[in-house]
Design a protein around this ligand. Structure first.
Ligand code: SPD
Length: 392
């Protein structure tokens, strides 16, 4: 297990060391369920058992509605698109074996376990002509949980970090200067006691929050040691009373409205909050911070559930999202780093060069990949999490 963890870390460091430039921009509206107008263009691809439908279950705020609409139009396929905001929710559905979906997008933390549980069917790479666009470092990283890259096709990767409402934080801190380590804002009582007045939000997921707390304490972010997990829970308990809400997606609009001032969040989602505030012209200035002590890193991949009914369309959609132009437009909307490597150069420059979307090698060297945990460690962290939320 330790060797696997080291390999994962080495691979992710290589990913960021090898990163190169591109550009960015984004839209404001929440990605509503795409129009379901299958306008008919007959598919020309020679795919087996072509159907007219595709059922996707993916993270919220994780696709440009235009990407889906264009796919529907080009392929004569009607897409049903549903959303989740945690790996736990997705896992509960795919492990039943009757998900009702043709495509889902778990994070690296869940991929290995779900493959072993028999939840997925292998990808037919002959149907993914854009396969070679995938960043090889991402494939190397995913190979550690999906040997041979047989089941999972990377979509986006990103970071777990801190976002702030600059003016509200400055006002709440008063004479107190901003900390050098941005994690202090959410994990250190001296700061949280002040920021409580303008609203702190934490991820509503032990799998996201415990690694951040462990890393903050200087421990292995992926530690499964019971004492380490208890220490992380104690850290969180010390600031629990200052936390206004636990949310893994609702914080986006709360931040954009100015109802929260310091949150743990997904990097791209914090950018979406920033864009929504800018578009609303409401004076809310959001900063997506990149703490010098590092961030949590993840990769989300498309996978085809065992019970998928529209397998050919699932392959077509995966292939479509890897097209550099499509991937760049989609990435500009969701503000995450696309798995399609050539897409970065086609993104708007302010995103392609944004260190909170493509972190620097220095930050990456201090960061960690959120890795799979043993069932016992998951049970233990869930137990501690429930106590924390209950205020015990
Ligand atoms: N709104 C899209 C959020 C994507 C989050 N990816 C998963 C991160 C798992 N640690």
């Amino acid at each position: 297990m330790m060797m696997k963890r080291n390999l994962l870390f080495t691979a992710v460091t290589a990913l960021f060391l090898s990163a190169c430039g591109g550009g960015g921009g984004s839209q404001t509206s929440a990605p509503a369920a795409p129009a379901s107008d299958a306008s008919g263009a007959a598919s020309t691809a020679a795919a087996p058992a072509a159907t007219g439908e595709l059922n996707i279950y993916n993270w919220s705020d994780y696709v440009d509605p235009d990407t889906v609409a264009a796919f529907e139009k080009e392929n004569g396929v009607t897409v049903r698109y549903d959303y989740y905001d945690s790996n736990e929710t997705l896992e509960a559905k795919v492990l039943t074996g009757k998900s009702g979906y043709d495509l889902v997008a778990p994070s690296i933390v869940s991929v290995g376990r779900q493959i072993q549980a028999g939840a997925y069917q292998p990808i037919d790479k002959s149907q993914i002509s854009n396969w070679n666009n995938i960043d090889p470092e991402l494939l190397k990283l995913m190979d550690q949980v999906d040997p041979g890259n047989q089941y999972a096709v990377p979509y986006f990767w990103g970071i777990n970090t801190v976002g702030i409402n600059k003016d509200k934080v400055a006002k709440a801190l008063g004479d107190m200067p901003m900390p050098e380590n941005a994690w202090d804002l959410v994990f250190k009582p001296e700061y949280t006691s002040k920021l409580k007045s303008c609203g702190i939000s934490f991820f509503d997921s032990p799998a996201e929050l415990f690694p951040l707390a462990l890393h903050y304490l200087g421990k292995d972010a992926n530690s499964e040691n019971v004492d380490d997990l208890k220490a992380a829970a104690d850290l969180l308990k010390a600031v629990r009373g200052d936390v206004k809400r636990f949310s893994s997606s609702g914080y986006i609009d709360d931040m954009a409205r100015g109802d929260l001032c310091a949150v743990t969040g997904y990097g791209g989602d914090l950018h979406i909050a920033q864009t929504r505030a800018n578009d609303a012209n409401n004076g809310v200035k959001i900063e997506v911070m990149v703490p010098v002590t590092g961030v949590g890193v993840w990769v989300d991949s498309f996978m085809i559930p065992k019970d998928a009914a529209n397998v050919a369309n699932a392959h077509k959609y995966i292939n479509y999202t890897l097209d550099p132009k499509v991937a760049a437009q989609n990435a500009d909307f969701v503000s995450y780093a696309p798995a399609s490597k050539p897409a970065r150069d086609l993104m708007k420059p302010e995103y392609a060069q944004d260190p909170s979307i493509f972190p620097s090698p220095e930050v990456m060297a201090k960061s960690f990949v959120i890795l799979p945990k043993s069932p016992d460690a998951v049970k233990q962290s869930v137990r501690l999490w429930q106590q924390l939320k209950a205020g015990q």
